[in-house]
Design a protein around this ligand. Structure first.
Ligand code: DC
Length: 225
């Protein structure tokens, strides 16, 4: 007995388009979406909000802050992590959280805390969950597992287009690529392709094409047309 309902797991490295793809797939399939990275970000933001000793980044202090500060609430077809009861998307994506989150995500107790939240959601909802280890550690018996990759240069280019809302120069892409590859190294221990995950390389695919593939795979495993 898995103890959960239908789960589509989408894993892959930073800026591989997991979250936006996962949201779109969820809408197409009539499921709800949960972004596990947002939970690691919420735990990090919670610790940054609480004014304990600035250098006390012990696992206990992060968990205590997370338990006091974070709640998960449905918002349309996705779940959002609220901080002190309010939406805080900008804070979760901001520089301070991004700089500290890899360290927090390496704490075993924080990983257990995130996994427990996701498993609780999956007891009650059919989900598309995106992250790094969803198909390996969190839901090893997920209904469908996808591992989404793309060339680092292309990932950096896409991220910059989103951020700058214009075509970036090669020098800008090179600098962003360098940062991305460094983050890949920091997150590499937990970014694992399950042996039974379907690898999708999106370097030369549009987002619509990626979504269509995943939706078709999900329908195939459910025995649909
Ligand atoms: O995907 P993201 O950038 O929002 O992820 C934030 C951090 O959380 C990043 O350091 C990787 C980590 N993470 C993880 O370790 N396991 C997951 N399932 C999801 C994210």
């Amino acid at each position: 007995m898995s103890g959960h309902r239908l789960v589509v797991a989408i894993d892959g490295p930073a800026a591989s388009g997991k979250s936006s793809t996962a949201q779109w797939v969820a809408r197409e399939l009539g499921l709800l979406h949960a972004d596990s990275g947002a939970l690691y970000r919420a735990a990090t933001a919670a610790r940054l909000r609480r004014n304990g000793p600035a250098d006390d980044w012990s696992e206990d202090s992060v968990l205590e802050a997370a338990n006091r500060t974070c709640t998960i609430a449905p918002s349309g077809t996705t779940f959002r992590c609220l901080l002190d009861g309010e939406e805080a998307e900008e804070e979760l994506r901001g520089e301070a959280v991004t700089a500290a989150v890899s360290r927090v995500a390496r704490m075993p107790g924080v990983r257990q805390w995130v996994d427990a939240q996701l498993r609780e959601l999956a007891k009650h909802h059919d989900l598309v969950v995106d992250g790094r280890d969803i198909g390996t550690a969190v839901f090893p018996d997920a209904t469908l597992k996808i591992f989404l990759v793309a060339d680092p240069w292309e990932r950096a280019r896409r991220r910059l287009v989103q951020r700058l809302e214009r075509a970036p120069s090669d020098a800008e892409i090179a600098a962003e690529t360098e940062q991305l590859v460094r983050r890949d190294v920091m997150d590499s221990t937990q970014t694992v392709k399950a042996v039974d995950a379907v690898l999708i390389d999106s370097t030369y695919l549009t987002q619509r094409e990626q979504v269509e593939r995943i939706v078709a795979l999900a329908r195939a495993v459910q025995g649909g047309p």
